[in-house]
Design a protein around this ligand. Structure first.
Ligand code: GDP
Ligand code: MN
Length: 407
């Protein structure tokens, strides 16, 4: 699960990790009201107005409705007029940003609608660094990645100048060791005050990653200010969903409006769904069988449109939801239902299929392969329903039939 920048910064601040002062605004008036207190508290006539979406690249991204407005805007009061000018500038920008669609390299062409703004104090940036704690699944450990090339596209740095990316692996039994923090600060060319501040910073985010079960904790840029302070100008956090039960406060931060609607629907129904790029929708019980089904579809020359595991004990309702999710995908040209009835009974699945088709309709061919417990009963239910369903005798037979029908 991902959270917004303002939420990540709030979590960080509560752990003593330095971040700029900022206020969340969900309306234009709230954004305007945030300006003066920030200018006064920071004693700096600069504020930054940032769109909150679950995607990066906002600094360079622009709004579809307002191509001249970017996702991150730096407003300097001296430049825009006398006292109150910052408020006016924020008002004009906030009006355009809220409710509009921000398109960045990370959102894809459809973009994301902005419903929240974060108003932040301006910061005097001397250097922009990159730092992240990632979960390395092959090592089963958190690793810290750091680079002196912050603020820009880190993927490009990794590709073109990989030597500019430093990496240390955290031993979970002892956490990030002081010598590792030191190694990183030397590698980044930091000295004195900034080096010490950086080492404290990296120690704190390494601990946060471990305590909060993050999959990703990324600060880009991490800035060194003119007076040697180190603070997180941006913050991205993603959590291991399987560990969220340990963090009810973080689970509450979920913003479903930022998530893929089909995946939200699936999650709420207890289904494991992952959208893919192909044309053959799959509804299968069991993750192993679902993978075997995808392999077989590929083997006969097709491309699966999704992975969907309805689980070992799916109800007719869950099957209906699964159908709804698959048929919503405009790429789907045919559906292959592959069920091996063990704990799951074929008659339950058959009832679910019939109900689903009656409820959501069926505009594409459907191939069903049922095997196992109560298979005869299941086949009878489908046959008597009068639905246009093609029966398959085996996994391979089903894959070939659905491919044929979608050609
Ligand atoms: P992203 O583009 O979505 O990653 O958004 P960021 O939060 O990283 O902001 C993009 C860029 O805006 C940063 O790399 C900074 O260069 C700039 N920026 C953000 N906050 C400030 C600020 O307080 N002062 C100045 N001068 N620039 C800022
Ligand atoms: Mn950034």
């Amino acid at each position: 699960m991902k959270i917004h920048e303002h939420q990540a910064k709030q979590l960080m601040a509560s752990r003593g990790i330095p971040v700029p002062l900022g206020r969340l605004a969900k309306t234009v008036d709230e954004a305007v009201a945030a300006v003066r207190p920030l200018i006064e508290e920071s004693q700096n006539p600069v504020v930054v107005l940032k769109a909150q979406i679950h995607a990066g690249g906002r600094g360079r991204g622009t709004f579809r409705e307002h191509p001249d407005v970017r996702g991150v805007n730096v407003i300097t009061e001296g430049k825009t007029g006398g006292p109150g000018a910052a408020e006016e500038a924020v008002r004009e920008l906030a009006k355009r940003m809220l409710g509009s669609t921000l398109v960045t390299v990370q959102t894809g062409e459809e973009g994301k609608i902005v419903n929240r703004l974060y108003v932040e104090q301006g910061v005097d940036i001397a250097r922009e660094l990159y730092i992240a704690v990632l979960l390395d699944r092959s090592l089963s450990r958190h690793v810290v990645m750091a680079s002196s090339e912050g603020g820009v596209d880190i993927e490009r740095v990794a590709e073109e100048t990989p030597e500019k990316i430093l990496k240390v692996v955290i031993d979970p039994a002892i956490g990030l060791a002081p010598f590792q923090a030191n190694e990183l600060s030397v590698g980044l060319g930091l000295a004195e005050e900034a080096a010490r501040a950086f080492q404290r910073f990296v120690q704190l985010i390494a601990d946060a990653a471990s305590d909060l079960d993050t999959e990703l904790l990324e600060i880009n840029p991490l800035v060194v200010t003119g007076d040697g302070k180190v603070l997180a100008l941006d913050a991205k956090m993603a959590f291991d969903d399987n560990a969220l039960y340990r963090h009810p406060d973080i689970a509450e931060m979920r913003d479903q409006s930022e998530e893929d609607p089909a995946e939200v629907l699936a999650k709420n129904a207890g289904l494991n769904y992952i959208k893919l790029e192909g044309t053959i929708g799959c509804l299968v019980n069991g993750a192993g069988l679902a993978m075997a089904t995808m392999d077989t579809i590929k083997h006969v020359g097709g491309e699966p449109a999704n992975f969907l595991d309805v689980g070992g004990g799916a109800t007719a309702d869950q099957v209906t939801t699964g159908f709804q999710i698959i048929t919503r995908d405009p790429n789907v040209k045919g559906i292959f239902v592959n069920i091996f009835g063990g704990i799951m009974r074929c008659d339950v699945i058959a009832t679910g299929i019939v109900e689903a088709v009656n409820r959501v309709g069926l505009a594409v061919p459907l191939v069903v392969r049922l095997e196992g417990t109560n298979v005869e009963e299941g086949k009878r239910i489908i046959a008597e329903s009068g639905l246009e369903v093609v029966n398959a005798d085996s996994l391979r037979d089903g894959a070939e039939k659905i491919l044929e029908l979608t050609r």
